[in-house]
Design a binder for this molecule. Structure first.
Ligand code: XMP
Length: 318
């Protein structure tokens, strides 16, 4: 029967047999479970010949880049952090259509990643943290049906750089990936992390993106996520986050009239992200989140809670 220990042993052996003895392997790290587990597995198989590349696209959660990079270094991984936020903001300037933003983020990611990958001498492989549901989903996305949302990856890079692709988690479901990660010593903060979209806060800021809006949303989102953790609710929802809406509304603060932004909180329960129900979070909890955001994040004077299920609503607002 399947055990994570047995999987690790056989995957490590298979990787050593597949990857040539002097081959270097490149892997894009995102801070998510899948790419992190793939990295640990490859690290066990080939050590520092695995070169992780972790790009700060300026659309990550508050303080995430530094924290995750530190966690990777603590695990002994050979990782390069690339601070590329300005490049992404530049590519996004003036764009407000969701798909146009996704494309700009995807394109910039490939440019940055490509540049870093070329610095690795002897690179022969591109590793990816693809898991079984991704394999199925990408098949259906490429089918005759319309693309609902274009998920970005490192498309085109393997061919361009003549890299072979290795996907050690291709046969695993998410819960199996987590078991393997636990076996390999992945810290809980990464292991139990909610899914987070590749385009990040770029699709949670409705309309055009500016560094100021990113800062506002990062701070509101951090209040929400930290309180979920403090109240032991984080593990009970599949995914949660804040969305910055492209509207302003009137408020009062002391004797002053304010005209500021609105944040929508989104939290859902789900098994696989394909369908989802809005999380029935306690009113008292929502009240605390709302008060804290409005008191601490200047520029936001109204907080609403999204009570839509998927379908027909999606988890992300864009
Ligand atoms: P939706 O919004 O389609 O999201 O209900 C389902 C799951 O997919 C994530 N998501 C994305 N992930 N690139 C990604 O890597 C994307 O463009 C993208 N759009 C949505 C979303 O966060 C949720 O987990």
């Amino acid at each position: 029967s399947w055990t994570p220990e047995h999987f690790v042993d056989s995957a490590v052996e298979a990787l050593r047999n597949t990857i040539g003895e002097t081959d270097q392997v490149i892997l894009g790290l995102s801070g998510g479970v899948d790419s992190s587990v793939a990295a640990l597995l490859l690290h066990r198989a080939i050590g520092p010949r695995l070169h992780g590349i972790f790009v700060d696209n300026g659309l990550l959660r508050k303080d995430e880049f530094a924290a995750v990079l530190q966690a990777y270094e603590g695990l002994g991984l050979n990782v390069t952090g690339v601070a590329a936020a300005p490049e992404f903001y530049k590519a996004l300037e003036g764009l407000s259509d969701p798909e146009a933003k996704r494309k700009a983020i995807g394109r910039t990611f490939i440019e940055v990643f490509d540049r870093e990958a070329h610095k690795v001498e002897g690179a022969a492989w591109l590793a990816q943290g693809t898991i079984y549901p991704d394999v199925i989903e990408s098949v259906s996305v490429k089918g005759p049906a319309v693309t609902i949302k274009s998920h970005h990856n490192v498309g085109g890079l393997p061919e361009k750089m003549h890299l072979k692709v290795v996907e050690p988690l291709r046969m695993l479901f998410k819960d199996e990936v987590r078991e393997v990660g636990a076996t390999l010593g992945l810290p809980g903060e990464i292991l139990n992390r909610h899914p987070f979209p590749g385009p990040g806060l770029g699709i949670r800021i409705l309309g055009d993106i500016t560094p100021e809006k990113v800062d506002l949303l990062q701070r509101a989102d951090a209040v929400f996520i930290n309180l979920l953790k403090q109240h032991d609710l984080y593990q009970h929802v599949w995914q949660a986050g804040a969305m910055l809406l492209p509207v302003q509304s009137v408020g009062v603060m002391g004797d002053e009239r304010t005209y500021e932004r609105v944040v929508a909180l989104r939290a859902v329960t789900s098994v696989d992200g394909m369908t989802a129900d809005w999380a029935h979070l306690p009113y008292e909890f929502l009240a605390e989140v709302s008060n804290k955001i409005i008191n601490q994040v200047r520029g936001i004077n109204r907080v609403v809670y999204d009570i839509s299920s998927k379908p027909p609503a999606t988890i992300e607002w864009e």
